[in-house]
Design a protein around this ligand. Structure first.
Ligand SMILES: NC(=O)c1ccc[n+]([C@@H]2O[C@H](COP(=O)([O-])OP(=O)(O)OC[C@H]3O[C@@H](n4cnc5c(N)ncnc54)[C@H](OP(=O)(O)O)[C@@H]3O)[C@@H](O)[C@H]2O)c1
Length: 320
């Protein structure tokens, strides 16, 4: 098969389009002919500095396609099923072999590109807001990096839960498409004074919940946006700035900081059902996936570069 691979970590141009051996469909696995690859925020970070599990390594957490073979013991999937699949690595390829447990059926007639983008972004956003963030109706939530994949999902899920939604991005322009998806207040966090702006938008009291996928110095400012008893969720480091977090600031106002990792939950019946519901809602059009653009898999380097230049709004998808 063809795949976008790399032999060493580095900038987008370490990605090369090459022939590699087909994956083997072992027991419990399904072999998927890939039709759409959602580039996750973690894919660009892994390419930059994550472990190489093989050499060359195929990066990528998520893709969608059609099952062409099932391994011994698989009873819940059949050849011909269209699925969206998650994995620790390997999505940037024409074929993937994954445990059937971490695939979700795509309903007949649904857009495979949109469904390819659901489990990690929407599942993570859902867990950040509800399972760990305990968001309730009437609260105010701040979504950092609202034009990213997790951000676009979190904005929609928070709005329909009855929250007031504030979101940041590196320009107001980047948040414009999110206004139609439930964003109440866009904030440009490249400008000084944005923490005060957020606090004012939240009635001067601060926000009840922050979902922070940026990390670094932004995480410290996320906590500065919180109200008394506010909750902050740290779920990523898209800012690529690895600085220690000063936890002492939480104590004075009985605030909390919780880490979230969907990967640790994804195989549980709860998360399986939650993600299945989200795939179905995207399929029906009740939730929207913003797909900024698609690139051929052959140009995975161009796609990663487009994302890292902070041009993408929502998701960028590779097509094998
Ligand atoms: N823990 C988990 O279970 C989990 C699950 C999913 C994702 N994540 C993590 O969450 C983060 C976001 O994921 P995602 O899929 O939403 O990513 P994404 O779609 O690539 O969006 C990332 C956003 O980060 C912002 N950003 C801020 N500083 C940046 C920088 N220096 N370079 C590039 N972008 C920067 C960009 O928006 P602006 O330009 O508008 O700032 C961009 O829209 C990643 O770190 C990912 O690994 C964690």
């Amino acid at each position: 098969m063809k795949a976008a691979v790399y032999y060493k970590n580095g900038p987008p141009d370490v990605l090369q389009y090459e022939d590699v051996p087909d994956p083997v469909c072992g027991p419990g696995l399904v072999l998927v002919k890939v039709e759409a690859i959602s580039i996750e925020g973690g894919d660009t970070l892994n390419r930059l500095g994550g472990p190489l599990l093989a050499n060359p390594h195929i990066v990528g957490y998520q893709c969608a396609g059609t099952i062409i073979e099932i391994g011994d013991g698989v009873t819940d999937r059949a050849v011909g099923d269209r699925v969206v699949a998650t994995m620790m690595n390997g999505s940037h390829a024409e074929l993937v072999a994954v445990p059937s447990l971490i695939t979700w059926e795509i309903p007949d007639g649904a857009d495979i590109v949109a469904c390819a983008c659901v489990p990690v972004a929407f599942g993570t956003a859902h867990d950040c807001l509800f399972e760990f963030g305990r968001l309730s109706e009437g609260e105010t939530v701040l979504i950092q990096a609202g034009a990213g994949g997790v951000g676009m999902a979190a904005i929609q899920l928070a709005k329909r839960a009855g929250a007031t939604v504030i979101a940041t991005a590196s320009s107001l322009e980047r948040l414009k498409p999110l206004l139609d998806l439930g964003l109440d207040h866009p904030v440009d966090y490249s400008q000084d004074g944005w923490v005060d702006e957020v606090r004012q938008l939240a009635g001067g009291q601060g926000v009840n919940l922050v979902v922070d996928s940026v990390g670094g110095s932004t995480l410290q400012k996320s906590v500065a946006c919180l109200a008394y008893r506010g909750r902050a969720i740290t779920v990523g480091s898209a800012g690529r700035e690895f600085v220690p977090f000063e936890a002492g600031v939480l104590g004075m106002n009985n605030q909390s900081l919780t880490g979230v990792f969907l990967g640790a939950e994804i195989a549980t019946p709860r998360a399986q059902a939650m993600i299945g519901d989200l795939v179905n809602e995207v399929a029906k059009g009740d939730l929207t996936v913003l797909v900024d653009r698609t690139f051929p898999l052959e140009d995975a380097a161009g796609a990663h570069s487009f994302i890292e230049n902070r041009q993408a709004i929502g998701r960028v998808v590779l097509i094998p």
